[in-house]
Every structure is written in structure tokens, then in C-alpha cells.
Ligand binder design. Structure first.
Ligand SMILES: Cc1cc2nc3c(=O)[nH]c(=O)nc-3n(C[C@H](O)[C@H](O)[C@H](O)COP(=O)(O)O)c2cc1C
Length: 199
């Protein structure tokens, strides 16, 4: 299992934290890309300060997000490194997830603007017909947002909004986070216990 996880600058960094933990629990290879605004949001919402340099980010993410001294399957790519292996369709990637997905990143992917590594990797996922999961977070949604989501859905992406349900009777914030992350794991066909299924 080799996944690209992209964190963009929408609210909801905790969703990304939980997804990374779940993928690491599976022993998956993780190709991580974090946008510059996502670093701001991560600092504000999780209290975790990340340098721009991926090498410096790795130890902090392993320790403060994954709770491990090291996670050897974690590969962090600089957002502006368009020469990274994952910028090419030849990289053996099983799926890409953008969580949370800002309306800016969503719009640029919808329009094929491959200006940074998140956008280029998503473009590659679409052209190679690989699973591309986008988890947008914004409210209210304007017509442009909605059109872009339709465009992406028609191009083969799967839109899984950061939109928790309540029928599993959540008791704490983590239950809400786990519902959304569990839906993403379902889309990746990864077995999990993050929420109780409706019976
Ligand atoms: C604290 C904070 C929260 C934000 N929340 C959202 C959000 O929920 N959804 C969104 O689309 N943009 C949000 N934004 C705005 C985006 O970060 C901004 O549009 C940025 O250009 C996105 O860049 P990126 O997609 O390259 O990360 C937020 C910005 C900040 C600083």
C-alpha cells in the first residue's frame, strides 16, 4: 500500500492527523505533501509547528502526529518539488487523498492547474485513472465550489466531504473525526473499526 496524503489549508487538520495515524497502523507507505497554508492551520488547530523543510518535518510528524519515534514508511515531499517521484505517473501509487481539501486546491485540481506537487499529483491520479479522494471543507458552498466538485466527480475523483454523521451516536469529537476518516478508509477498501456500522 502506497498512498499520497496531501494536507491543504482548509480547517480540519485533525482529520489529516487521524488518517495518518490509521494508515501508519496499517503499515502503509505514506507520501505526504503539506501546503504552506496547511502548516498555518496545523499550528493554529493542533499546536504543532512545522518547518517548511520536509526533512525537519519528518521527526515532528512521526513524534507529534503518529506518536512514534520514527516511521520509516513516511516520505515527506516539499510542496514546490515538481521533480519529486510522485509527480510522475510511473510512481507506483495506490491512491491519493487530499484531506482536508481547501476550495483553492479543489479549484486548481478541477482546472488542471498543476502548479504545485499536490495539484500535479492529483492531475497524475486522474490521468492514470487511480483513486483520487478529495475531502473538502467549506461552508456555505458557492456555485463555483459546487461546479468544481461536479467537474471533479465527472473526471473520476471521489468527493468525501468532511461531513460527519450522527446516526452512530457520537459522544466526543473523536467519534465525529473517526466517522469521516472511516468513510475514507472504506473508499480505500481498508478494514477498520473507526465507527459502528448501521445495522
Ligand atoms: C485558519 C484558516 C482556516 C481556513 N479554513 C478554510 C476552509 O475550511 N476551507 C477553505 O476552502 N479554505 C480555508 N482557508 C483558506 C485557505 O487556506 C486559502 O484559500 C489558501 O489559499 C488555500 O491554499 P492551499 O489550498 O494551497 O492550502 C483557511 C485559512 C486559514 C488561515
Amino acid at each position: 500500500m502506497n498512498y499520497i496524503v496531501a494536507i491543504s489549508g482548509a480547517s480540519g487538520a485533525i482529520y489529516a492527523q487521524r488518517l495518518l495515524q490509521a494508515l501508519a497502523q496499517e503499515g502503509a507507505r505514506i507520501q505526504l505533501i503539506i501546503s504552506d497554508t496547511a502548516r498555518l492551520v496545523i499550528k493554529h488547530e493542533l499546536g504543532i509547528e512545522l518547518a517548511a523543510d520536509p526533512t525537519a518535518q519528518k521527526a515532528i510528524i512521526a513524534e507529534q502526529i503518529l506518536g512514534k519515534s520514527d516511521y520509516p514508511h513516511l516520505h515527506i515531499h516539499a510542496i514546490d518539488n515538481l521533480a519529486a517521484s510522485i509527480a510522475s505517473g510511473t510512481a507506483p501509487i495506490d491512491a491519493m487523498i487530499v484531506l482536508p481539501c481547501s476550495m483553492g486546491t479543489l479549484s486548481r485540481i478541477a482546472h488542471g492547474i498543476s502548479g504545485n506537487l499536490i495539484e500535479r499529483s492529483a492531475d497524475v491520479a486522474l490521468k492514470e485513472k487511480r483513486p483520487l479522494i478529495l475531502a473538502p471543507r467549506e461552508t456555505p458552498l458557492n456555485t463555483i465550489h459546487l461546479r468544481n466538485m461536479l467537474e471533479l466527480s465527472q473526471a473520476g475523483a471521489q468527493i468525501i466531504p468532511c461531513m460527519p454523521a450522527f446516526y452512530h451516536c457520537p459522544k466526543q469529537i473523536n467519534d465525529l473525526i473517526d466517522f469521516v476518516v472511516g468513510k475514507i478508509l472504506d473508499a480505500l477498501k481498508i478494514d477498520h473499526q473507526l465507527f459502528k456500522r448501521w445495522e
